[in-house]
Write a protein that binds this ligand. Sequence first.
Ligand code: BG6
Length: 314
Amino acid sequence: MSSERVLVELSKGVNGLDKIILRETRGSSAEVYLYGGHVTSWKNDHGEELLFVSSKALFKPPKAIRGGIPICFPQFSNHGPLEQHGFARNRFWSIDTDPPAFPTNSSGKAHINLILRPSEEDMKIWPHSYEFRLRVALGPGGDLMLTSRIRNTNTDGKPFTFTFAYHTYFSVSDISEVRVEGLETLDYLDNLQNKERFTEQGDAITFETELDKIYLSTPTKIAILDHEKKRTFVIRKDGLPDAVVWNPWDKKAKAMADFGDDEYKHMLCVEAAAIEKPITLKPGEEWRGRQELSAVPSSYCSGQLDPQKVLLGS
Ligand code: BG6
């Protein structure tokens, strides 16, 4: 069998960390590190990288990898007592060889199932037993699908509550030429203004300074239009009502040791999330949150994401 036909390959990544390479027969691919359950690469069938990973990313525990798709669990950002963005992004996940059946059929697609369970140390900082199953799958057209299933396995009868985000770093040609559609007129919490609540104007979101907002009750479809690349990313999400939009801009970029001074120009985070209304699970209950990413040529024109059309699921 030629190597192109191997759909799932276990390999070594930066600093000898284990990674899984997914390949789709038409040429698209993705890479997932067991460290963080972290997707670090998603390429289209021309071999073009669609995710941003900083040239200064450390790939060294306990620092989370800067870029790709960190998983924020059980806490988004500093919205709680735990470390920033929780601990799932800097734990070692395992390959889940025998996951319970998934509602969405991924058979035939290149996919990998990972699992995270708490260690004794983790139980000291977040005293709950859980199983976090993550499936990363590459669709035939190169779409990247992430499905998270989190189950409360507490035996003490206690529920637990968490917030969550897929902290996706998209690669863009020039942040000044990018706009985000689908979040117009929505309420948001501004992380740069003490999480105060505001309402977005009617226009698509563009970027000319630092931005760090949590959009609330967002549609299931959001688009990032990159004019220079003539590419549009479409994010479809399920179980994740909120969407964080973040670009650190120049000052914060300089302050981050694992991020290049000018790299803010070439990335944008749009994060499918559940933050405003934290998820509570009783023992035995399971939550599911899914995001599907596609990259399409920009003939996909503006206006397609007007709220009415989105609500109707077009
Ligand atoms: C975003 C937050 O999701 O992540 C920002 O909204 C934060 O406030 C950013 O700065 C990066 O966080 P970290 O912990 O990866 O540096």
